[in-house]
Design a protein around this ligand. Structure first.
Ligand SMILES: NC(=O)C1=CN([C@@H]2O[C@H](COP(=O)(O)OP(=O)(O)OC[C@H]3O[C@@H](n4cnc5c(N)ncnc54)[C@H](O)[C@@H]3O)[C@@H](O)[C@H]2O)C=CC1
Ligand code: BAL
Length: 505
């Protein structure tokens, strides 16, 4: 599964791939009701890959009705936990058997480097599905201590029809973070992939159906945010929305819920995450390596990217020298060549946004110490910009591209204040050799995930989500993700002997 092929082997797979394009509703591919399509582009070449169904509210209505039908007749959630687990494990196995194809499809549609697709996105997707499948028959409900006159059960029930609205930066993995726990909990799901990157979600739904996920339980409705995302958000038969994307769109889902049926909303939104490096860090080479990975992995198109380097003034120059050395290994080019670690950005529109920050740095005469170049297409070099003030747009705004800003401090409290000085609170990394500093920084930085002496997002067992404007309502991954796709129900069974006039409560 992790075996990385050669560039020519990946190119050969790309030549023979069958590209899906129709929506997947009620166990079958179907065009948009309107018959409309749009073109999906390979961002690395600018060439059209294929046409995708441009669905709208009519298709959302149809998909929701089929999902609700599937939920109401219990064809999925009323099957025994062991049966559902078997189906999801088979689903994971089918993903594994198709891992090279999925990696190539992901890379072609998003511009992500194939090495990352093959060694991170695809295996983590499979692991996520497997982890939640394994959880199904290991969760116990509770009773409450109410005495001899009653038996009280506190049970979790699947929430119903769930809308999963996805971003374009990790199309497969975000799909798995949502549908893994949602399907494990017994929900029916409508997925709306990002319009830029729908292809792998369509193939995955086909494989889920082949594994035995019943018709109507997993549906993929392709199209724009306005045409598909909004109708999902406003639909009265959608019981919950789980969203990953920008904070601006996240806010819209809260409004949609308020204007419709008060559906549950879980938001995983943006980040402007700090990497705080203390002057007592033990291995500055390791720090440089992790800072580079944190800022530039997935071209910085990552909500948890550590895009603000906050470094003690006394070690800044030494750290930047080493950062420069590591950057030499980050070759940019054809995403299908496994030698390359930097692919293209996802779309020309996003490229223009990222480039505007480089233009801003030039206008402000900021010091670009590495990178800074773009090419004719939509590739952007990993770029490090020094001397960035806390009020700068480069410090405050989520760029979602390969741009690392550098700001210095001299005291621990200044470092904490800088780390917390944005509206976001998703992730942070801290680098220090002092246990006291590690504990103080990880407790006082207001973020959902803090890593010490490394960059990362934890694994399937750990929750992921943000404080402040980075998140709302719950967490992806871990047993906590499972909980949010369920409602808590109290069942109170009176067993008192009323003939002797007992007080029940
Ligand atoms: N937290 C994260 O992982 C992500 C953050 N972003 C941030 O957002 C910026 C803009 O990227 P976008 O693709 O425009 O993100 P976005 O938030 O607009 O898109 C995310 C999803 O929401 C849908 N959507 C968009 N508008 C909608 C609406 N009015 N109603 C319902 N659904 C809607 C999109 O079609 C997509 O499926 C990026 O530059 C980045 O800063 C983008 C993607 C992921
Ligand atoms: N890094 C995974 C979550 C996200 O970027 O949206």
């Amino acid at each position: 599964m992790h075996d990385v092929l050669t560039a020519s082997e990946y190119a050969a797979i790309a030549q023979t791939l069958e590209l899906p394009g129709n929506a997947f509703i009620n166990g079958a591919f179907r065009p948009a009701a309107s018959g409309r399509t749009y073109e999906t582009i390979n961002p690395a070449t600018g060439k059209v890959l294929t046409s995708v169904a441009a669905c709208d509210a009519e298709d959302v209505d149809y998909a929701v009705s089929k999902a609700k039908e599937a939920f109401d007749d219990g064809r999925w959630h009323l099957r025994s936990p062991g049966e559902r687990k078997t189906v999801l494990l088979k689903f994971a196995k089918l993903l594994e058997e198709n891992s090279h194809e999925l990696a190539v499809l992901e890379s072609l549609d998003s511009g992500k480097p194939i090495r990352e697709c093959q060694t991170v996105d695809v295996p983590d997707t499979i692991h996520t599905i497997r982890w939640h499948a394994e959880l199904i028959d290991k969760i116990y409900d509770n009773t409450a201590p109410v005495g001899a006159n009653a038996l009280t059960l506190i049970v979790r029930e699947p929430i119903g029809v769930v809308g999963c609205v996805l971003p374009w930066n990790f199309p497969l993995l975000m799909l798995a973070w949502k549908i893994g726990p949602a399907l494990a909990a017994g929900c029916s799901v409508i997925v709306k992939p990002a319009e830029q990157t729908s292809l792998t979600t369509l193939r995955v739904a086909e494989l889920a159906h082949e594994a035995g996920v019943p018709a109507g339980v997993l549906n993929i409705v392709t199209g724009t945010g306005k045409d598909v995302g909004e109708p999902i958000g406003l639909h009265k038969d959608v019981d919950m929305v789980s969203f990953t994307g920008s904070t601006v769109t996240g806010r819209r889902f809260l409004r949609y819920a308020a204007d419709s049926n008060l559906k549950r909303v879980v938001l995983e939104c943006g980040g402007k995450n700090p990497a705080v490096v203390m002057d007592d860090c033990e291995d500055i080479d390791l720090v440089a390596e992790q800072v580079v990975a944190g800022a530039f992995w997935n071209m910085g198109e990552n909500c948890s990217a550590t895009s603000r380097l906050i470094v003690h003034a006394s070690i800044k120059d030494e750290l930047l020298t080493r950062v420069g050395a590591y950057l030499r290994d980050w070759k940019m080019g054809d995403p299908l060549d496994p030698e390359n670690r930097v692919g293209s950005l996802v779309s020309r529109e996003h490229f223009e946004k990222v480039k505007s920050y480089l233009d801003h740095a030039a206008k402000e005469k900021l010091s670009v110490v590495f990178g800074g170049q773009t090419d004719k297409s939509i590739f952007v070099e990993p770029t490090v910009i020094d001397g960035v003030d806390r009020n700068s747009r480069l410090f405050q705004e989520e760029i979602f591209g390969p741009i690392l800003s550098v700001t210095t401090f001299t005291t621990l409290s200044e470092a904490i204040a800088l780390a917390n000085d944005t509206p976001y609170g998703l992730a942070a990394s801290v680098y220090t050799g002092s246990l006291r500093n590690a504990i103080k920084l990880s407790r006082e930085i207001r973020a959902g995930v803090v890593t010490v002496n490394c960059f990362g997002e934890g694994d399937a067992t750990t929750p992921f989500g943000g404080f402040k404007e980075s998140g709302f309502g719950g967490r992806d991954k871990s047993i906590h993700a499972h909980d949010q796709y369920t409602e808590l129900k109290t069942i109170w069974i009176d067993v008192s002997d009323r003939s002797v006039d007992e007080t029940v409560r």
